[in-house]
Design a protein around this ligand. Structure first.
Ligand code: ATP
Length: 440
């Protein structure tokens, strides 16, 4: 039936359109012509995002290394961002075209060439543009009550390092992980969820002794690559790239990006950085608080070194959609499906009565599965073919069809999203079937 299947013809436009059509992602404030670089997640998108966060959390929690979690504030004290170096250094080079007034990140364009928008070459000088969003706390706006929306979650981990160390039973080496919102006033938000102004990060700061840092750096690169393999990404589209020394951030000794081959080129998906003990040293200096740890063996204090793994939830969301998007042809018609890993798919199972006359019986299965916490949908409208297409397009791995025989033989037909194979199973085996595909 199915003639070919590939995801090579995926484009950004197709993903944006599917996301809107099926309720994954909407431009924020769309009814007011939209807020640039800001997105809202609809029902399926919110669930997909939650599944991504759950799978990352589980991976961190169950791995061999000790990792504990925290949830820090979004509003950050000015002193924190002065100590971290962000207040001074966290900026992007910016240029304007003096002819059409379009603004660009200087890194994204060749200044020897004319403006890609109007074709005239009339650039301003390159200036530094601060990426942090600034606000004021309380009623009076002056320089004494400035706060910043955090541009990364990492600093809330560093400023709580001592609190966590003394209140939890952890010993170096260990990691503190966090999932949370971050904000950057990107000059040119673009490529949908790839570069946003409000986004979510999943970050791990792993604390260790200096002599073990290089080893842990390698360990974490391998672990993170393995994670992408396990969630089913096409590993021929994933690679690591070491930063050149002139690319390194102000805090970093070495950095390796995990890149994905997007339709718009190889781009960073996750950054893994050896941050040395820069952050804890800075916070020690600026706060005057001792953030050192005592080494029982060497009988001396030291400031731990840090390996960071940082990935955007939204950027991974986009990557997963690109990777899963498949078009194949069934009986001469193009079918679009999302070949999502069942753990990540927003809906795991659909219950489809063949006719509305069967709905009353079929809906009992739906309610039963819902109660058991299965992500399940019930759909009785339209032809069965149309309903299959709808489920394929949102990535549902298993559709259970309840037909006229089901009433007597207590069986349903289950259809596999990817192989299109159909088999008859007993209704009381549905839950097991779902468990099995989730544990694949
Ligand atoms: P880029 O070079 O793409 O701007 P970066 O090197 O500034 O990224 P980091 O500061 O290393 O990014 O942030 C860690 C991760 O957070 C990135 O790998 C990416 O997945 C995510 N991220 C960063 N900025 C954004 C953004 N504006 N929108 C969505 N995700 C982002």
């Amino acid at each position: 039936m199915s003639s070919s299947s590939n995801s090579s013809n995926v484009t950004l436009e197709k993903i944006v359109s599917l996301c809107k059509r099926r309720g994954f992602v909407f431009q924020s404030a769309e009814i007011y012509s939209g807020l640039n670089g800001v997105y809202d997640f609809g029902p399926l998108g919110a669930q997909l995002k939650q599944n991504i966060k759950n799978i990352w959390t589980k991976d961190m929690r169950t791995g061999q290394e000790d990792v504990i979690f925290m949830d820090g504030a979004i509003l950050g004290a000015q002193a924190v961002w002065q100590a971290s170096g962000h207040a001074e250094n966290f900026s992007d080079p910016l240029v304007d075209c003096q002819n059409c007034n379009k603004r660009f990140r200087a890194n994204d364009i060749n200044l020897e060439k004319p403006c890609p928008s109007c074709g005239i070459k009339k650039w301003t000088d390159v200036r530094q543009f601060k990426l942090m969003f600034e606000t004021n706390l309380g009623a009076v706006s002056d320089s004494t009550n400035i706060a910043y929306l955090r541009p990364e979650t990492a600093q809330t981990i560093f400023i709580n390092f001592k609190n966590i160390l003394t209140s939890s039973r952890v010993k170096i080496p260990f990691g503190i992980a966090q999932i949370g919102k971050a904000f950057r006033n990107e000059i040119t938000p673009k490529q949908f969820l790839f570069r946003m102004r409000e986004f979510e990060q999943m970050e791990l700061e792993f604390f260790c002794k200096e002599e073990n840092a290089t080893n842990f750096f390698e360990t974490w690169i391998n672990k993170r690559m393995n994670f992408y393999k396990e969630i089913g990404l096409d590993m021929s589209k994933i690679r690591t790239r070491d930063h050149e020394s002139d690319e390194l951030a102000h805090y970093s000794n070495s950095c390796t990006d995990i890149e994905y081959n997007f339709p718009f080129g190889w781009k960073e998906l996750e950054g893994i950085a050896y941050r040395t003990n820069f952050d804890l040293t800075q916070h020690t200096k600026f706060s005057g608080k001792d953030l050192a740890v005592y080494d029982d063996e060497k009988k001396e204090s030291y400031i731990p070194h840090v390996i960071e793994c940082s990935v955007g939830v939204d950027r991974l969301f986009l990557t997963i959609l690109f990777d899963a998007y498949t078009e194949d042809s069934i009986d001469g018609e193009t079918r679009t499906s999302l070949r999502l890993h069942p753990k990540i798919a927003p809906i795991t199972a659909a219950i489809l009565p063949l006719s509305k006359k069967l709905s009353e019986n079929a809906i009992k299965i739906y309610h039963d599965l819902k109660q058991k916490d299965v992500r399940v949908q019930f759909d009785e409208s339209g032809s069965i073919g149309k309903r299959y297409r709808r489920q394929d397009e949102i990535g549902t791995p298993a559709c259970f069809t309840f037909d006229f025989d089901s009433v007597d033989d207590k069986q349903v037909t289950v259809r596999d999203r990817d192989t299109l194979k159909q088999e008859r199973i007993s209704i009381d085996q549905i839950e097991n079937y779902i468990k099995n595909i989730l544990n694949k």
